[in-house]
Design a protein around this ligand. Sequence first.
Ligand code: HEM
Length: 499
Amino acid sequence: MNSVWVVAALLAFWFIWQRKSKTQAGALPPGPTPVPILGNVRDLTAKELWLTATKWAKEFGDVVHVHVVGQGLVFLSSPEATMDLLDKKGSIYGDKPSLVAFTRYGESSRRQRKLINQAFGIQVIPSYHPLIEAETHSFIRSLVADPSNYIDHTRRYAGGLTLSVIYGYEAVGNNDKFLNLGEECVDILSNRIASGGGIWPVDIFPSLKGLPTWAPGSGFLLKAAQWKAKMEEFVDHPYNFVKASMKTGSYVPSFCSVLLEDKEKCNTQFEFDLKWTANSMYSASMDTTITVFCHFLLAMVLHPEVLAKAQKEIDTVVGRDRLPTFSDRASLPFVEALLSETYRWGVPVPLSLPHRLMEDDVYRGMFIPKGSLIFGNVWAITRDETLFPNASAFLPERYLEKVDPALAKKRDPRTYVFGFGRRRCPGVNLVESSVWLLITAVLATLDISKAKDDFGNPIEPKIDFNNSVFRIPDKFQCDIRPRSEHALKVLREADAARP
Ligand code: HEM
């Protein structure tokens, strides 16, 4: 037996012994039968784990427990269970897995969250509108020039928007140095470390943190070290850019510069919080925005009737002689419904990000041990036929029906897709504005349809999902082109009018 298995076995025996004394408080939630020591390791799938978790929910109920060598994983698959635990009991369900990526719940995470709320509070967002408009128009120009690289353009758009809001830095083209650095970090984290739906080996075997890097099974430690080194580079460089440009006096006001101007607060602790907070926002905005935009594109390719209806609404309300602006939003209910349906149908982060339970808890008579990783199964909720009849279909009309406020909240995908409780996405207000303008401006200026083969036959998009955390569709073929010469002229005029 090698060292990994010795540690694993000891941990498992410790866990089982501990659990025995505690389960007197109630039985663990149901779930697939584990095998001795390894638990449910073979039941977990790295690809689309949310589908497996949803099958369990159908078989065992909306609270399912599995374990992997003693580490409990709990999947919550109903609005009631996620609200009761992750929202209402947020004070004990607000911690995060420990290894590399997240700030544990506590003083530091509270300080960082306060800084983020300062930057992205609802009242601050209108001050970003000019920036959002500029980035959106530049995104459309890139799509027109080079439609097949829509993923790169979306990455450039999301990264560019956050770099300018957070650091006052204007990214140059798709090959920008900070964009590239950010891309490397996000790639190592989501594709090489967080495989298995964000369940990382060290969270399953906490003692493995102490393993020497030459030991068998310690490959993830090397990846984590690699990621950490890159991350430090990525945390420091854009931050140093802000400080250097503040010294010369030529800088664009940003989240960092505004907070750095308050000299009284500027101690080492504050600077540490500020630069990691700034960076966490960048990383968190990237794959999420790409996922939402790709699903919008896919929905438009597959549903030309929805595209036509949304374009008709925009043409009637906005006309064809100017681009939509935020002041049009309240007059475009179908576009609003289309955005809601994109969140629901696309499910950008289907198992959300895991929360770690900080104390033993009992829920509906079931015992949930401290240290369990809790997953809000957003996929199961947004595919629930009782809440969303014909759930796999893309039907924006479902949001036009008037229902009472409690049901409206339950059916609003925003209640789930941005996460839960004290960890809910702090970028949500920015997203609500930026993604709305993104899709509205695209609908106003571009036509989207199936690509055609050499004989003019439509090509069905091939869809697969290979990212284990974000539900990003692999690149698919589609046809994106300007609606008319006039639409391009209007875009040029909007650029020329910008100060
Ligand atoms: C469509 C786009 C987005 C979606 C769907 C999304 C969704 C999420 C989700 C599901 C979480 C995990 C919440 C939880 O643990 O319960 C999260 C966390 C986070 N998001 Fe977003 N997000 C988006 C865009 C953004 C943007 C643009 C920013 C910042 C500019 C941002 C900043 C963050 C941060 C900093 C966290 C970590 C919060 C923490 O751990 O306390 N997100 N987001």
